[in-house]
Every structure is written in structure tokens, then in C-alpha cells.
Ligand binder design. Sequence first.
Ligand code: PEP
Ligand code: MN
Length: 339
Amino acid sequence: MLVIMNRGASEAQISAVVEKIRAAGLTEHLSKGVERTIIGAIGEERKLEPEAFELLPGVEQALHIVKQYKIVAREWHPQDSVVDIRGIPLGGNSVQIIAGPCSVETQEQMDLAAAGVAAAGCRLMRGGAFKPRTSPYAFQGLGSKGLEYFRHAADKHNLPIVTELMDVRMLETFLEWDVDVIQIGTRNMQNFDLLKEVGRVNKPVILKRGMSATISEWLMAAEYIAAGGNHNIIFCERGVRSFETAYRNMLDVTAIPVLKRETHLPVIVDPSHAGGKAWLVPALSRAAVAAGADGLLVEMHPNPCEAWCDADQALTPQELQELVAVLRQIAGTLGRSLC
Ligand code: PEP
Ligand code: MN
């Protein structure tokens, strides 16, 4: 951390800063310029709070010089990490498409959806059994029964399952159904107790971006998971809140290269919750893969008109198949392989 003293700060004020640095177990490095003194705190500076220094008399500004995230930072792990999902690589040279309905509805719907996912050549399946709905009167998901339908349908095609965990009390149930990838939704990106718990389990986690979260907050949220020992984290950009009302959320394509620079972990994109309309999904998907995304999380329903949740944004099985074919070409152009 750097502590910049005011012009004309007294020796006593400088000493008080030095004392505070030493009291925290760090050492100081003084740089006395013509106009002002800058004090560097050397050691584990993440535990120092700049605000606590800015309150001291004679201090103009205090700032961290290292990033607050460490395990997830590329600085500490320069090569790309590949998350292994039951033998399927997410990250590295491959591009994975995770597809399936917004929510689990019936066994028949999940059987048809799983067949559609497999027929399109996708290797992972999504589906929500616990749904975070804006209205408490809307369909909330089938709960544990949904996990059962999902597991049965996906197993017939050997598809690992991705599903959202909203409440830490359901974690045991997720492990009983052997959920392959735990999804943390946008509304829970900063539910730190939930993040700590999934940090203790040995399951890959898809961490969606909070709807108004900065990239730095998102990285810190991932660090919560990583700090517990679970380093199998996949970032998922799903659009952010904006002033625009023509679509559901604004897909932040820029976040893809920024994240890839900041972290070694894989980055995927959810074009469905970004656009909110099925007709927007192909364009947003193409943009995401072209910008370097390691995969997509796409909503597909065997019969979108009948979907119980997010009907507007679901692709048909046929549309998914067509999308995958185009994305395979884009991935190939970039020297990557899809599925
Ligand atoms: C979902 O993927 O089912 C979902 C609810 O997404 P988000 O958390 O991005 O809104
Ligand atoms: Mn949805």
C-alpha cells in the first residue's frame, strides 16, 4: 500500500503512519520528495484498509498497489486454467456450449430437451430446479424433484448437469444428486456465505456476473470461492443493467477480453439472459465466441411456446443445432474446437 502525505505533513504525522504500518506487522519504506513524502507499506498489504490511513492527520491518500484478488489472478497463474467437468474440458482450446431449458418442468420435457442438446452436439446441459423469480407468485421451480428429472434425462445421453444453487441449505441435496456444475446466479454473486460454502466443495462452479457488478467485484466474488479451496470456477457474463429497454440486459462483450487478461479461469457467456429474446441469441453468441469466450450457456426448450419460464428467449432444438454449426465455424477460424 502507498500512503501519500499532504504537502507540509509534520514529522510526527509521518511517524504516526509508520507506527500504524508496523503495528500491522508490515515494514515501511519512506520516499521523501521536495514537496511531499510517500510511505510504502511492505508485506501482506491486503489486510490493510486504506480508509484507516486516510483518517490519520496529514494523510492525503492511501491506496493498495496489489490487486485484492490473488488465487484467481493471472498475475499469479499466467497459463489458462481448464476446468474438467467429468472429463469434458471447459477452457483452453475448446469452446463448450451448455444448453437446456430455463427450468425443469416435467420428465418428458427434460427427456426431449436432453435429446435436443445431444443432437446439437453439445456436451453439457443446463436446467433450473430452483428458480430465482422476480415475483413470489411465479413458478419457483420443482425443487429436489426437478433435480431427479434432470439427472435421469441427462444420464441417458451422458450429459453433465449445470443447475443453480440459491440456498446453502440445498447444497447437500445437490451433492446427493451429484450435480456436476453448481451455478451461482446473478442475484447471488455477492452472497458471500453461499460463495464460501461452494468454495468448500469439490464441484466446478459457474459464477454469473451480478446484474450491476463491476468486473473487480466479480473477481473478488470468485476469490471468495477460491479462498475456500475450490479453484474450479467459470465466470459467466450474462448482461448488465443499463438504460436501454429494447432488450433484457446489455451484453458486456468487453468484459470477455478484460476478464481473460485479469484471470486465468475460463469465461463463458449467457446470450439468452442478456438479449431476453430468442432472435437475439445467435448474434450475441457469435459475438461472444469471436471475442474469445470459452463457452456459452444457452436456453433451449423442446417447445418454447409452452415454456414455464423465459419462453421468449428459448431456442428450439433446431435453432440450437443451426447455431452450433455457425459457432463451430467461428471457433475453427480462431483455431479453437467446438464440442
Ligand atoms: C438462469 O440462468 O437460469 C438465470 C436465472 O440466470 P441469471 O442468474 O443470469 O438471471
Ligand atoms: Mn432463464
